[in-house]
Design a protein around this ligand. Structure first.
Ligand code: ARG
Length: 470
């Protein structure tokens, strides 16, 4: 901006408040180059496909196409070498690249934008970027699932307390608990695959909003850019960002799963629980308390969820109430998605590392599983099964056994036969077979249950699924 513009731009009402005039403020609010430069590769790929199609459809000459493609490749190298001068005056990545193209090849550069608008251009670039990130997330989820499967296999029969309300409920196997996360992360992966499929339609050729009078071939550009086909409605194409919203919704759900797992790792690694020890690689010490080992990576995974959920809400809010078709509001779509993608990928990688390295303290898990009368349900079930007592009554009898154990300060399986018979005279020695945590866990063989053999079935199912899906 020239000094003249600055002077004429100063405003009596609010000019004093701003060091520079409104034109400079306009430039600042309008420009997206500070962040959308991330889309340079997609922008160049899209432009090359577009120029190639324009030549094939005889809208530009083959000579002009060659000049344009060569220029665009030069620009790609300049950007990748850090030699490209991005300018805020040129607003965004699209105009920065086009301006440089015209410096490099002259007026021919102006032919590239035939039958195209920045509206379909940005919709294309952003969609390709999000597509790449959804693919990355799916890949990272796969690694996490594979790591969990390895650890679950190792701990198919390791008994730990299962909780409800974070109170000891029933003994479960650690493998079973880990497999619960395999289920969640597999669904997250399939959510990524779903949104990838829906977003895989090419916006290029929708132009500003109404399509174009030039005889373009949208199927050609769609194919060249790896899409299943072109989008069907040009107004929708430049107006919608639901591909990004879907990706972020999937990211938020995944981050929510990650945060629950991270929270459990934080709890398990406290000296009070002592179920797991994090490797040094994924924890930090305290600068003042030498005994401490803090689960920072788990805490940060837990916290990243806040940003990711916030990013989703931010874009949902930008999009709500926007009239069709394009409005500049939509330029505000990018930063939230960039931020969410970075946070999600980091959280997934950190979680995979933590799970791979986690040292499991089987003894602490087993002892905790035996406390809190965790086999009370097994006693009740035994009374039903062996003595034919109705479950409600068995529940009552068991309650009295728990009260007696509490009074004597012993575990349920340490009550004597006399103790148990004083509560119900039908109880026999055989009851002790179900009162240990190991037997309790092993008895839960119902489909999807916690018994080691059932966990084995779950692991095999997911291994096959991974083999099939690749
Ligand atoms: N930088 C803009 C964005 O990200 C590109 C599209 C501009 N289109 C327009 N009609 N002003 O949305």
């Amino acid at each position: 901006m020239s000094d003249d513009t600055k002077k004429s731009a100063s405003n009596q009402m609010w000019g004093g408040r701003f060091a520079s005039g409104p034109a400079a403020i306009m430039e600042e609010i309008n420009a997206s180059i500070g962040y959308d430069r991330k889309l340079y590769a997609q922008d160049i790929d899209g432009s090359i496909a577009h120029a190639t199609m324009l030549a094939d459809c005889h809208i530009i000459s083959a000579e002009d196409r060659d000049k344009i493609v060569h220029g665009l490749n030069t620009i790609r190298s300049e950007i990748e070498a850090g030699d490209f001068a991005f300018s805020r005056k040129l607003e965004d990545i699209h105009m920065n690249i086009e301006a440089r193209l015209s410096e490099l090849i002259g007026p021919t550069a102006g032919r590239l934008h035939t039958a195209r608008s920045r509206n379909d251009q940005v919709a294309l670039d952003f969609r390709m970027w999000v597509r790449g990130e959804a693919e990355k997330a799916a890949g990272l989820l796969k690694s996490l699932v594979e790591t969990l499967l390895t650890r679950a296999e190792e701990h198919r029969a390791t008994v730990m307390p299962g909780f409800t309300h974070l109170q000891t409920a029933q003994p479960v196997t650690f493998g079973h608990h880990l497999m619960a996360y395999v289920e969640m992360f597999s669904r997250d992966r399939s959510r990524m695959a779903d949104c990838l499929e829906r977003m895989n339609e090419c916006p290029l050729g929708a132009a500003a909003l109404a399509g174009t009078g030039f005889p373009i071939d949208r199927h050609q550009t769609a194919k060249a850019l790896g899409f299943a086909g072109p989008t069907r409605n040009s107004i929708d194409t430049v107006s919608d960002r639901d591909f990004a919203l879907e990706y972020m919704a999937a990211a938020s759900i995944c981050a929510t799963h990650l945060s629950r797992f991270a929270e459990e790792i934080v709890i398990w690694s406290t000296p009070q629980f002592g179920f797991v020890t994090l490797s040094d690689a994924f924890s930090t010490g305290s600068s003042i308390m030498p005994q401490k080992k803090n689960p920072d990576a788990a805490e940060l995974v837990r916290a990243k969820t806040g940003r990711i959920n916030g990013d989703l809400v931010s874009l949902l809010t930008v999009m709500k109430g926007l009239p069709l078709a394009y409005s500049k509001d939509m330029q505000e779509d990018k930063e939230a998605v960039f931020d969410a993608a970075e946070a999600l990928e980091l959280a997934l990688a950190a979680m995979t590392g933590m799970v791979a390295d986690l040292a499991v303290n089987e003894k602490a898990m087993r002892e905790a599983a035996a406390s809190g009368y965790s086999t009370a349900t097994d006693l009740a079930d035994w009374l039903v099964r062996e003595l034919g007592i109705p479950f409600r009554e068995a529940h009552h009898v068991t309650g009295r056994a728990v009260a007696l154990a509490e009074e004597k300060g012993v575990r349920l399986d340490r009550l004597t036969l006399d103790d148990l018979q004083s509560i119900h005279d039908g109880i026999t020695d055989a009851v002790f077979d179900v009162l240990t945590v190991k037997k309790s866990a092993a008895s839960r063989k119902s489909f999807g249950g916690t018994a080691p053999q059932e966990v084995g079935r779950q692991i095999r199912y997911h291994r096959r699924k991974l083999d099939k899906e690749g």
